[in-house]
Design a protein around this ligand. Sequence first.
Ligand SMILES: [Zn+2]
Length: 165
Amino acid sequence: MGKEWTAVPLTIARYRVPAQIVEASVCALRDGSAGTREWVILWQGRILDETTAEVTRVHVPRQNTGPLHFNISIDERLRLLDDVSAEGEFILAQLHTHPRQAFHSEVDDRLAIPKHTGAISIVVADFGVRWNGDFLATSVNRHLGAGRWHELRPDEVRELLEVIP
Ligand SMILES: [Zn+2]
């Protein structure tokens, strides 16, 4: 057993994402959105060391969604948090679809589910219909703290998200 982490360290600079998690995310977003509504999924993961985290699981929360929004009830958020913390892991990232362009809206800034500094929020265009799992085709955003988010440049995306076999 490694060190037990009580929070996601601010120093995480790399997320290892197993290819099968990427694939599951592509399918969950495309199927959930069904070409007509926004859809959100969450990545659970564990901290490997001060600079590296690894995604271990995709969660598809119960959600109310429409063409321009998604909402997860407080009860569902708490249930998820309980499940994830019981395993000594964290919600590292959220991924959601937009009808057209991928960008982090003001609502996304305010209502992102992972809220820790460094949290990742990925937005997928076109209800995920065309997304093949290439993160360079998405909007990858990182929480700088205090509700401020930064959209990563392609070179930053490549540094941050490492797809592993
Ligand atoms: Zn959004």
